[in-house]
Design a protein around this ligand. Structure first.
Ligand code: SAM
Length: 328
């Protein structure tokens, strides 16, 4: 088999630092619950810590997604019609995507476009997948929809798009926002384009809590690194020892929430934002949500956005689903 030359094309988002500063300032000064957007968890350190989380015995989610692709990639690819371009939203290292790319490369040259706001993740993705025969990689250091628009612009003739959203990253959106997000994805696609969506399913709370608060403290380090990142990039003076990592199940919303809880009354300066923030003892900063689903709920979510569900695959060890949709 002939190897396709590899290319990587990184585009840094213009004004990313000022957007980070504005988002931090607004999240920490809004009335009520303080919040920081979860997308900022993934700087160089955060992406490396996330890779470590995926190796933890308690975090079964990642291995479940891997097993499903290892077992079912040939069948998934067999359901796609004609030539496809592959775009992956929030690819991370792309480790589990390998199975799909290998299956596709047995029938066509593969153009794979990982889209991720983390440059570190894209670099690791190139290292992980860059050697695959018949696969070329062009990475976009962009937000999801912005990157997807770029990829859609590269479509030629009758080629269709195969969009991957793995790792149950959709769970970071609350349910109405997930609907809106999928509708935006759908509006970028044409009829017949495919979406493979991974979703973590509901399971016992004790299993979920330890998955997001492991005894080795890796998830705690991942969460606290967000404050360390604000210190590094925005000249803030968060003292990480004054915060606890908290992972708690919200049964109404059916999600795990990650928070950083202030151990004492404290004030923090964020030089670049010209801001001083007070935190009460016990007050939390909400950093991430991971929503959990029922299988039929995922089908309905896709349908509301203008997709039809072709097939779902489930992992038997860790309840987890991969759902293949076609744009209707
Ligand atoms: C939970 S990780 C999943 C990584 C990989 N898909 C997996 O299954 O292991 C989420 C990934 O999405 C990226 N990400 C988060 N928010 C993003 C956004 N708004 N636009 C693009 N990428 C984003 C992060 O940098 C991270 O690599």
């Amino acid at each position: 088999m002939r190897t396709v030359p590899q290319t990587v094309f990184f585009t840094s988002p213009f004004g990313a630092l000022s957007e980070f500063c504005a988002d931090v300032a607004s999240g920490l000064t809004q009335p009520g619950q303080k919040e920081l957007p979860s997308k900022y968890l993934y700087d160089e350190v955060g992406s490396a810590l996330f890779e470590a989380i995926c190796l933890l015995p308690e975090y079964g989610l990642s291995r479940a997604g891997m097993r499903l692709l290892q077992r079912n990639s040939d069948e998934i690819v067999g359901r796609l019609q004609g030539e496809v371009l592959v775009a992956e939203l929030g690819s991370g290292t792309g480790q589990k995507t390998r199975w799909l790319l290998e299956a596709l490369s047995r029938r066509q040259r593969v153009h794979y476009y990982p889209i991720d706001i983390s440059r570190t993740a894209l670099t690791r993705c190139q290292q992980e997948l860059g050697h695959l025969d018949m696969v070329s990689i062009v990475g976009f250091e962009r937000a999801y929809i912005e990157g997807l628009n770029e990829v859609a612009g590269r479509r030629r003739g009758s080629t269709s798009l195969f969009v991957l959203f793995l790792g149950s990253t959709i769970g970071n959106f609350d349910r109405p926002a997930a609907d809106q997000f999928l509708a935006r994805v759908r509006s970028t696609l044409q009829e017949g384009d495919a979406l493979l969506l991974a979703t973590d399913l509901e399971k016992p709370v004790s299993q979920l809590e330890v998955a997001y608060d492991d005894p080795a403290g890796v998830t705690a380090a991942f969460n606290k690194n967000l404050l360390a990142r604000i210190n590094r990039e925005l000249g803030a003076d968060f003292d990480l020892r004054k915060f606890d990592h908290v992972a708690r199940w919200d049964s109404g919303e059916r999600r795990i929430e990650m928070h950083l809880r202030s151990k004492c009354w404290q004030h923090v300066s964020i030089r670049q934002a010209g801001l001083r923030v007070n935190l009460r003892e016990g007050e939390t900063i909400w950093t991430e949500s991971s929503h959990k689903y029922q299988p039929e709920e995922v089908v309905q979510m896709g349908m509301r956005a203008g997709f039809r569900c072709d097939q779902q695959w489930f992992d038997s060890e860790w309840p987890f689903a991969q759902s293949l949709f076609f744009a209707a």
